[in-house]
Design a binder for this molecule. Structure first.
Ligand SMILES: C[S@@+](CC[C@H](N)C(=O)[O-])C[C@H]1O[C@@H](n2cnc3c(N)ncnc32)[C@H](O)[C@@H]1O
Length: 308
């Protein structure tokens, strides 16, 4: 299945303020937003695209490789600032992040992200590093496993699921996605007419922890805010409440606040560089998009302008 870029126009409108500027797309994926950003740039503009999934970089290189304004980099966006240093890029006009997994990753059984099709329990976005889901499940103790499934999956049955995983792995290791999905489904008492598969939240939690997703977001925001020129934009599309909370709190810390002083006057508080919200409330997909792309249901778009 192809990947439908979520809230495409809203993202590009929010990001590109200078058609001849230099922009970064931290999550190239299927290249949908990448391509739309390029269309909005003038012949003097440029775009640097990152993805930690090598297959994504290779695929987009094939499709857009002849585009001279685009450079593609296979790397975790947590290392973006260092990668830009190597290329002599000190400042950019905006950064775009479209977090989570792409349809390409979900659809390819071999990558192990999906409970819909049988594949090895891998779930690494970058297959050249880190523990696979199979290794994580084999090594992690029951309490930690329950905490991860509860925190990152917001799964109420986390304790029961972790206990069942520990008991089952004593007999036989988990090797495939369908094996884990079936166990979670059993623990939760079947599908009970739910719209989503009972293993959705457990898979999401394991994916988030083995890919250290929240840590990477925190790093890229911290490192890149200093590199966005005054007037430039930070545009972040999230699909998970913990991601959204992290982004919202980060922007809030960098929003200047006036504090009244006892002796009169005001003091401006907040972490520098300062940012200004484009709209305090996150933007969401409209009815039309919700109908054609179910993935857009949980999307929240947050945008700030850098004030310096
Ligand atoms: C939702 S998809 C992006 C889709 C893309 N905007 C499009 O229109 O096709 C998210 C992509 O971000 C990548 N990704 C997630 N976390 C990353 C990180 N820390 N560093 C680099 N890439 C990351 C994933 O590998 C995936 O390809």
């Amino acid at each position: 299945m192809r990947h439908f870029p979520v809230m495409l126009d809203a993202c590009v409108d929010a990001l590109v303020q200078q058609p001849d500027g230099c922009y970064v797309d931290g999550t190239v994926g299927g290249g949908g937003h990448t391509e739309a950003i390029l269309r909005r740039l003038s012949s003097d503009g440029s775009l640097i695209g990152f993805d930690r999934d090598e297959e994504a970089i290779v695929r987009v290189q094939k499709r857009l490789g002849s585009e001279a304004r685009l450079s593609l980099i296979h790397s975790n966006f947590a290392n973006m600032a260092a990668m830009l240093d190597v290329r002599g890029v000190e400042a950019v006009d905006g950064l775009f992040l479209d977090l989570g997994v792409s349809s390409f990753q979900l659809d390819e059984a071999e990558r192990g992200f999906s409970f819909q099709s049988k594949g090895p329990l891998d779930m690494r976005m970058d297959q050249s590093e880190g523990l696979t889901a199979q290794e994580w499940i084999a090594q992690t103790d029951e309490t930690e496993m329950a905490n991860v499934i509860y925190t990152f999956g917001e799964e109420r049955a986390a304790r029961r699921i972790a206990r069942a995983i520990r008991e089952r792995r004593l007999e036989r290791p988990f090797e495939t996605t369908d094996d884990l999905a079936a166990l979670v489904e059993r623990v939760k008492g079947g599908r009970r007419g739910a719209r989503t598969h009972p293993a959705t939240l457990t898979f999401q939690a394991i994916r988030m922890v083995i890919n250290r997703e929240l840590e990477s977001i925190e790093s890229v925001l911290n490192e890149m805010l200093k590199r966005i020129r005054v007037g430039g934009r930070l545009v972040v599309l999230t699909f998970h409440s913990l991601e959204d909370r992290l982004v919202k709190q980060f922007f809030a810390r960098h929003t200047p606040r006036e504090v009244s002083l006892q002796e009169g006057g005001v003091r401006i508080e907040g972490e520098r560089p300062f940012v200004r919200w484009i709209s305090k409330k996150p933007m969401c997909a409209d009815e039309e998009e919700l109908k054609i792309n179910p993935r857009s249901r949980s999307a929240k778009l947050r945008v700030v302008t850098v004030e310096g």
